[in-house]
Write a protein that binds this ligand. Structure first.
Ligand SMILES: *[C@@H]1O[C@H](CO)[C@@H](O)[C@H](O)[C@H]1NC(C)=O
Length: 182
């Protein structure tokens, strides 16, 4: 059910490429509909799929982890554009990492898991990039250099932390636009 909703959202995002109207409506649902947004989180699903994929826990090379830890006071000083920049940079670190290790793996089912992860992260990146945020783009990029790990469960843990922490906080701060939405 949740996975179906994610599929629909992804489909709509693909359609959005040709339907400018949807580019504006979908991200609003992402912000205003908790269930839709949280239903996009694939981490638990992939974690259990790992159990049926022998050897998937060890990646062919170490992957950089996104910076997901933050201090609330420093976070609050960032403009919404800068917050988006931080979230986007963290997602991009993961997307690039998944792409890199997927190209190296010899393990077929691990490759499938990495492909799913890559799609999932790319989906979030599209949504975050399409959110309408007033004001100039702040060119803030994270200066943190994440740790590296070769263990997929650690990558998943960090991905989950990003989704449930920084991304969730960023989105909840945009909720003033939800008045009048369902
Ligand atoms: C969505 O989640 C936030 C934070 O958990 C909560 O404050 C808000 O009331 C929720 N909104 C709805 C419509 O459930």
């Amino acid at each position: 059910m949740l996975s179906e909703m994610g599929g629909v959202l992804l489909l709509l995002l693909c359609m959005a490429a040709s339907e400018v109207r949807d580019v504006q409506t979908r991200p609003i649902d992402f912000v205003c509909d908790n269930q839709t947004r949280r239903g996009l989180n694939r981490v638990e699903e992939i974690k259990s799929a790992m159990g049926e994929c022998e050897g998937s826990g060890l990646l062919p090379s170490a992957m950089e982890l996104p910076c997901v830890g933050f201090n609330m006071e420093a976070w609050g000083k960032n403009s919404p554009q800068e917050k988006r920049g931080l979230v986007h940079t963290a997602l991009k670190t993961l997307a690039e990492g998944f792409k890199k290790v997927r190209a190296q793996t010899q393990n077929g089912c691990q490759s499938t898991l990495l492909e799913r992860l890559q799609h999932s992260v790319t989906n979030y990146m599209l949504i975050v990039a399409n959110l309408e945020i007033q004001g100039k783009d702040g060119g803030l990029h994270s200066t943190c250099h994440g740790r590296k790990t070769q263990h997929l469960d650690q990558v998943l843990m960090q991905y989950n932390k990003l989704l449930r922490g920084m991304l969730e906080l960023f989105v909840l701060e945009l909720r003033d636009r939800c008045q009048g939405e369902s």
